[in-house]
Design a protein around this ligand. Structure first.
Ligand SMILES: C[S@@+](CC[C@H](N)C(=O)[O-])C[C@H]1O[C@@H](n2cnc3c(N)ncnc32)[C@H](O)[C@@H]1O
Length: 438
């Protein structure tokens, strides 16, 4: 069924939302205030999804996407929207999630812009198809999109696409298929910082054919690089395999983050936008105080190292062993001896801290944290809680718990555009203890 609709607002993925017979209609790639001709694809009980056929009245905020794969790939959903409007949409998303899931109408600051809107990603994991070509899977689908370049990625990462395509082609190395259980390569994971590249090939076997052919090609980049193979024989595509084998070049990327000498390893987490990471870490430092701080979900411990300059003692809790090893090495390298790294699940390790805690920083994965951790946080009664989140819906869910009974009040909600051209948002929330309640 085709129909003419007016787009009233945006959904959480930047899609247009219209109303038809009091039912919500999601129209991907349509902008607010546009009048569009659509075809209804699915008519569910409470909502419809539609395909945009024609734009009858075009918004001034419409932009021509620069990426030729944009409408097929699904890796970014906002390229067709002018940057200023993207920032407004993200601010609105944070406001809506706080109001909907946390029942909180605190004033959200404007989103802080990224210095780059393209080529900002310093870490990309590519899938490989059954012909040995790099690309992405369209979100929530089995449809593989072969790409020559990702406009969000650093340019050296893009140069690697051709390098891997030709190495795999010449050596008849193919991507693993979960369906047929044929093929070898599950993922090619690339991290680049300070022009140093770390490659992790996730593979069903530890030895790949003629690896020297790969090194000859990577040498042409004329940068320092290292290559690992992560063995993963199970039926998933996780980069963390059963065994990690270093096969060539540098073992880690050595760098300097906010005056902390640091390392980036194959398995440890890397904030993907250097500029925004730096702004956030410095904003966190401006909002904390006290003697004892705990950094939950601490990754490689760079933030904990920065906190060591303010606090008498700092605890960092992280589950990935290699990230904890990195953190220990970073502390040694910087002569920091007031940070204790606890390697394990926050859920089990947080309650082991015996000292009186003044400040808790929490930066969990997209799914947020657990009720047990939130309970432990409240039980430890810190003066300040800093919550950094890459998903404002789970952030809002967790805030609802922390704000319950007004033991804490919000001091700051600051979104950052860590992921331009995608609907994702990084948000920093600072909570202060409500002394009147204690
Ligand atoms: C969003 S990252 C933040 C890392 C760090 N704060 C940074 O800025 O680089 C989340 C981190 O939580 C870790 N993690 C995930 N689940 C965990 C858990 N249950 N306990 C401890 N750490 C966990 C991940 O390995 C990852 O390093």
């Amino acid at each position: 069924m085709n129909m003419k609709l007016k787009i009233l607002r945006y959904g959480v993925n930047g899609e247009g939302i219209a109303l038809y017979n009091n039912k919500i209609v999601f129209v991907p790639f349509a902008l607010k205030d546009e009048i569009v001709d659509v075809q209804i694809l699915k008519d569910n009980k409470s909502f419809c999804t539609a395909k945009l056929n024609n734009i009858l009245t075009k918004s001034d905020n419409r932009e021509t996407p620069i990426c030729p794969y944009y409408y097929d790939c699904g890796g970014c959903n906002l390229q067709h929207i002018k940057y200023k409007e993207q920032l407004l949409i993200k601010k609105l998303t944070v406001e809506n999630n706080l109001s909907k899931f946390a029942n909180c109408n605190f004033l959200v600051n404007d989103v802080i812009e990224s210095d780059k809107q393209f080529n900002y990603r310093n870490h990309v994991s590519f899938h490989v198809n059954d012909k040995g070509e790099l690309g992405f899977y369209k979100e929530n689908s089995n449809s593989f999109v072969k790409i020559k370049k990702c406009y969000l990625a650093n340019e050296t990462i893009n140069k690697c696409i051709d390098i891997f395509n030709s190495y795999f082609f010449d050596n008849k190395i193919y991507g693993y298929s979960a369906k047929t259980k044929q093929g070898t390569i599950k993922m090619v994971d690339l991290k680049i910082v300070d022009n140093k590249l770390l490659v992790t090939i996730v593979s069903t076997k530890l030895n790949l054919e003629n690896l020297e052919h790969l090194f000859v090609r990577l040498n042409l980049l004329k940068i320092k690089y290292g290559v690992y193979i992560s063995l993963n024989t199970s039926n998933n595509f996780l980069i963390y395999g059963e065994k990690l084998k270093h096969i060539y070049g540098i073992k880690q990327i050595e760098t300097n983050e906010e005056n902390i000498k640091s390392f980036i390893s194959s398995y440890s987490f890397l904030q993907i936008n250097n500029h925004i990471k730096s702004l956030i870490y410095n904003d966190i430092l401006k909002n904390v105080e006290g003697k004892v701080a705990v950094d939950l979900y601490s990754g490689r411990g760079v933030l904990a190292s920065m906190l060591s300059k303010i606090f008498k003692s700092v605890y960092a809790i992280e589950i990935v062993k290699q990230a904890c090893v990195d953190a220990e090495n970073i502390l040694k390298l910087n002569n920091i001896n007031n940070v204790k790294v606890l390697c394990g699940d926050v859920e089990n390790f947080f309650s082991k801290i015996q000292e009186k805690i003044d400040c808790i920083i929490i930066d969990p994965p997209r799914k947020g944290t657990t009720p047990n951790v939130l309970f432990d946080i409240l039980k430890s009664k810190p003066k300040i809680i800093v919550y950094l989140s890459c998903a404002s819906n789970t952030l809002a869910r967790d805030l609802k718990f922390l704000l319950h009974e007004n033991y804490y009040k919000i001091k700051l909600v600051q979104p950052y555009d860590m992921f331009p051209n995608t609907p994702h948002i990084e948000t920093l929330v600072v909570l202060e203890k409500n002394e009147k309640k204690y």
